[in-house]
Design a protein around this ligand. Sequence first.
Ligand code: HEM
Length: 347
Amino acid sequence: MFNQRRFYSRSLDPRHSVRIHSPVNMSTQSRGRVPIEPQCVDAPLTQTATFLVVTINNTPSAVGVVRSVLSNIDGLAKNVSIRDLSAVFACTVGIGSEVWDSLTRLPRPTELRPFATIQGGKHTAISTPGDLLFHIRSERRDLCFEFEQQLLDALGDAITVVDETIGFRYFDVRDLLGFVDGTANPVGPAIPSSIFVSEEDALSAGGSYVVVQKYVHDMNAWNGLATEQQEAIIGRRKLDNVELDDAVSGQQQSHKSLATVEDESGNEHDILRDNMPFGSPGLKEFGTYFIGYSKSLWVIEQMLKRMFIGDPPGLHDRLLDFSAPLTGTTFFVPSLGLLKTLDIKRS
Ligand code: HEM
């Protein structure tokens, strides 16, 4: 049956009509004259991105170095972004649960906790280490490269890189499975109301939770499926991206249905995804780097439970039969205003 709820643009949905103003303006700003500020979670989709996850070393000076680098991240970003404004360079920094207290000495965002392993009947969402996430985006690969180099120089031996993934745009925003990825992202006023913490946690307002998972695909197995089977797994048509109806309750659900989360009142909760393909044909590596931003961590956790455990339990997301997560880590992206205060002396 045609799903009318999905037919209407989410920007017209009255639930999303009220823009929530964050105390610090982190939304997309005028890009003609000035670079995009760091921590701009809703920066534009770009041709390339670097996803850098690091841990902070257990040395006497490490935390101090990291505080200093993070609180001056806007200066570091300007070094690079001003060199080509049309390349829309943007960097967001996320801070992990384990280091939040010692690094920031600020109140904890209420939902910040480590990524919890989810053990499904067949597949497991693993939890992997990470104290800091740098989501570095630009139209130009060289700007991402240059920024990362300057950043790592500044951090020196205060950190250890645990994962560095280079993502690239693949045709019309497709993942390597061949499907357009990102269609159901919120648009317009629904963006800030989906991604920025607001008055429900006033001390963390203007920030955002972010979850990352690095998936690798079994392309031989995926390509062995008929296009109609692939479409049933994703929940959209492959060529023209048209959405398919949800399966009848109790039957195998598609990825887009399992990744749809509603609260008890039937309100749907959106997240902002900026997934990117990565890989190397020579090394036979084909992947999707999942990155999801949300004002509420429980929403992404619930999506993951629905994917790995299934709804009903046992009928997991069939996308996982062809996609294995190598990482799983949660961070909180504080507002730029808050990040800049990190190296202020506190008693
Ligand atoms: C292998 C990794 C993944 C791939 C290749 C993938 C791909 C896709 C594709 C092609 C769509 C349909 C088009 C769209 O609306 O974007 C989609 C939808 C979606 N995905 Fe994923 N996805 C992956 C993992 C995840 C994970 C881990 C989550 C959440 C924790 C997630 C959340 C969503 C959401 C919220 C939607 C939109 C659902 C709706 O229509 O309301 N995805 N994904």
